[in-house]
Write a protein that binds this ligand. Structure first.
Ligand SMILES: [Zn+2]
Length: 55
């Protein structure tokens, strides 16, 4: 099973969400917990889900 590091809390996770938190900035991968937090950002955009257990 593959993992990625969350861009916000640096925790390793098998499911991450591709999100944009600041308008015009780079897309980042965040874990489930951080995704819930960044959803509250006014410039939040969702760009897909990455799963390490299937490819
Ligand atoms: Zn996180």
């Amino acid at each position: 099973m593959r993992t990625k590091i969350c861009a916000l809390c640096q925790m390793e996770a098998t499911t991450l969400y591709r999100v944009q938190v600041t308008k015009g900035k780079d897309w980042i991968f965040v874990c489930t917990d951080c995704c819930k937090k960044v959803k509250l950002e006014p410039n939040y955009r969702y760009g897909g889900t990455w799963k390490g257990d299937r490819h």
